[in-house]
Design a protein around this ligand. Structure first.
Ligand SMILES: Nc1ncnc2c1ncn2[C@@H]1O[C@H](COP(=O)(O)OP(=O)(O)OP(=O)(O)O)[C@@H](O)[C@H]1O
Ligand SMILES: [Mg+2]
Length: 304
């Protein structure tokens, strides 16, 4: 439903999107995950026909976003990073206006329907200026969905709203994914993992990694860390741990040691064996998982 090939975009001399290619299939929720300035918004603006790329191509439901932009735009709903607001319009008036722009045969009825869907019906006559941020975000979603497009592009849909509404918006995105292709951007790794079928990590305009969240987790998971507390003897523990094959680094931490282990190595049997023979006992031994957030920062950091 979305196909991006070798997309490149420059602002002056700054390369904002650098040869990006990816696909999103029917009914798939794909996340564009990246830090500030990664090129998420730029990619989405090109896909929604707001600006042309400098190179490469993109299609939405088979329509080229450049050569067939009217048709392509008809297939996609877009929630921009900053939802443009007309403070003096009512909620219903605004959505009906968009329905009309989108060529709906019955804009008012269409607006009613989509407001129901985003749970803003009870605010239909409220002036936009009086909506909370979260409600504005839902209004933006209503505007994106008003022509019932098969493809929905959401630029950081949960930014700046309270935790309860974040949960609601994420639920709504998952629901959308049942019968839409969704491309969503976020800089929150856990959000991408919770919501998306597939995640594309971009940094500085190019793709760093992509895959299903579980796959990515496996791929990005660096060496294992073990936390070990030795008892029985006071000294020499660090030296003993360093002597075990597969151990990359040992550092004292609290009562014990953080032991960094080479990827794929399992040192536990050897550790227990050597420690007991050297007269230690093992008071604690547990794997320390790196959080996803740390993994993400790690790969972004390695690029810097
Ligand atoms: N209109 C513009 N003119 C010049 N440079 C721009 C413009 N828009 C974006 N850029 C630059 O292009 C790069 C990518 O920006 P973009 O907004 O696409 O990133 P992003 O991933 O959406 O970031 P954020 O998470 O902050 O929204 C950045 O270096 C940004 O400064
Ligand atoms: Mg952005």
């Amino acid at each position: 439903m979305i196909e991006v090939k070798h997309l490149t975009k420059r602002y002056g001399t700054r390369l904002a999107v650098d040869n990006i290619s990816f696909k999103a299939g029917a009914g798939e929720i794909v996340g564009l995950l990246g830090p500030n300035g990664a090129g998420k918004t730029t990619t989405m603006r090109i896909l929604t026909g707001f600006m042309p790329p400098n190179g490469g191509s993109a299609t939405i439901a088979g329509f080229d976003v450049m050569r067939n932009s009217v048709k392509a735009r008809g297939q996609v709903g877009y929630l921009p990073e900053r939802v443009p607001v007309y403070p003096d319009m009512t909620v219903h008036g605004y959505v009906a206006f968009w329905a009309k722009l989108r060529g709906a045969p019955n804009p008012r009825a269409q607006a009613d329907q989509v407001l129901e869907r985003v749970q803003l019906s009870d605010r239909r006559n409220t002036l936009i200026r009086n909506l909370s941020k979260g409600m504005r975000q839902r209004l933006g979603l209503a505007q994106a969905l008003v022509h019932n497009p098969p493809v929905v592009i959401l630029d950081e849909p949960t930014i700046g709203i309270d935790p309860q509404q974040v949960i609601e918006v994420r639920d709504e995105v998952r629901k959308l994914g049942q019968d839409h292709t969704v491309l969503l951007s976020t800089h929150i790794l856990s959000e991408a993992e919770q919501v998306c079928d597939r995640v594309i990590i971009i940094n500085k305009g190019h793709i760093v990694a992509q895959g299903k969240p579980a796959e990515l987790r496996r791929k990005l998971q660096p060496e294992m860390h073990l936390y070990v507390v030795l008892g029985g003897k006071r000294d020499g523990g660090e030296k003993l741990l360093r002597s075990i094959s597969g151990v990359e680094a040992v550092e004292a931490s609290g009562e014990g040691f953080n032991v960094r282990v080479k990827k794929g190595a399992d040192i536990r049997t050897e550790l227990i064996d050597k420690a007991l023979r050297a007269g230690y006992n093992i008071q604690e031994m547990r794997p320390v998982m790196m959080t996803l957030e740390n993994m993400f920062l790690d790969i972004i950091g390695r690029e810097a």
